[in-house]
Design a protein around this ligand. Sequence first.
Ligand code: IMP
Ligand code: MG
Length: 176
Amino acid sequence: MIVHGKEFEAYISYESILERTNQIADRINLDYAGKRPLFLGVLNGVFMFAADLMKGITLPAEISFIKLSSYQGTTSTENIKELIGLKENIKDKDIIIIEDIIDTGETIFHVIKKLQELGPRSVEIATLLLKPEVFNKNISIKYVGFKIPHKFVIGYGLDYDGQGRNLKDIYQIKEL
Ligand code: IMP
Ligand code: MG
């Protein structure tokens, strides 16, 4: 498949994504038994993962979304913008941030820093994808769907300059 002139190939099927997502949901259900966590999805990329993950959550959970856009093209920029959209009072709450992908960790680092200022009881992260070769932050990521190499991926919410978010499966860039 060609997107913006670059070639991508099938990488992770929706079936595999769903299987792994349900395992993570089960894990969270056990870890947070007796609690009422507030899930905070980081838009835009997380919309599909958040939807599938939440279907597996049996806790009396809440879900809300925040936005923090920092990405242009196929490389991460250090230029981080503000966190917007948080209406909930998160003081003394158990927060689970949901992400589609963690690359350098710059974005998630910034989100956590902002949230910590608001006095939550706990903050953990659930990300569908992690690129361990580039992740360079000293943050523990409790729930990881798939560890992937440092190659650009699209689909299942992830875009390449606005394209590809609607693809059901995940595709990886084909490099020479
Ligand atoms: P980080 O701040 O470097 O961790 O980058 C995180 C953000 O970069 C994600 O929320 C995505 O929006 C974007 N991103 C990083 N890698 C990819 C990729 O392979 N495909 C699409 N978006 C990506
Ligand atoms: Mg994202």
